[in-house]
Each structure stands twice: as structure tokens, then as C-alpha cells.
Design a protein around this ligand. Sequence first.
Ligand SMILES: [Zn+2]
Length: 166
Amino acid sequence: MKWINHKLIAGATGLALTHSIAFSSVAILFATVPDAAEIHNYRTNTSIFKHRGNSHNPLVWLAVFVLVYAVLRFKLPAIIASLYPVAHFINLNPDQVITDAYWGALWGIFVHLATDAMTPGGIPIGKHKFTMSLFYTGSQTEYAVAFAIAIASGLVIYVTHGEITI
Ligand SMILES: [Zn+2]
């Protein structure tokens, strides 16, 4: 899937789910991380990590998020304490910032893997390839699906009278 569509879907669904601009901004930021993690060199057209290899394996990301969760749980009081002077200055709640950052990042990456799994290239789950083969990357159908999900997310926010917060 194209980066613009990854970002559109992650941001729109994230906003519909949480009504939080902070959460969906982080989701948009992380929506392309699995591709960026392959460290592609555009000059030589080579990547350090294989395209849609472990960078797109949900089990790898699950391990990463469990690890980060464990570190946060263990270190959180110290991290929050260090954030307070900055957070106070820009009028933010550090607990909320960390919660939005963690779940926003998880959502962005989840949406990336889920939407890549809709294309014939699919994603690896362990040694197996998983694909729903719904449309080709960059096809008109892909753009239509991304646009439809964005509209549907907007409707969800509208009908739930969701108040958008920072
Ligand atoms: Zn990808």
C-alpha cells in the first residue's frame, strides 16, 4: 500500500476510535514505520532488510511492543518525573502523552500491517505468508478503499457526536 493511504487510514480510524488528535498524529507518524525500518537506499535501490520481511511480521512487532510496555511499566515513574517540567511548560499531562504515544504507535503499525495484508504481496506471520488479496498496491481500488475508510471514520465521529480533544 502507498504511504499516503497508510497514513490516511491510520489517522482517520485513530481519530474515530479515540477522538484524540495526539493519538492519531502519532498513528500517522508510525503508519509508515514498517517500510522505513527496511532502510531503503533510493540511489542503489537496495534495502538493508528484505521488503515485507520481518519488518512486516506482526509477531516481531508484538514482541517489540511487549518489550516497550515492560520497560515503560518498570521505568514509567522516572520517565514521567523527567517529563513534568517540559509537560508543565507546554500544559500537557505526561501520563496522557505517554499513553497516546504508545497506543498511537501501536495503532499506526497495526494499520500498516493490516492494510499491506490486503494486497497480494501480503505480510509474513512467522514463516507463513498471509494475504487477503483484495487489491494491488497503488491501484485505484486501493485509493478508493482508503478514501471510503476515511469517510466512514468521519461518519463515526459525526454520529457519535465525538468531541475531538488534543
Ligand atoms: Zn509496507
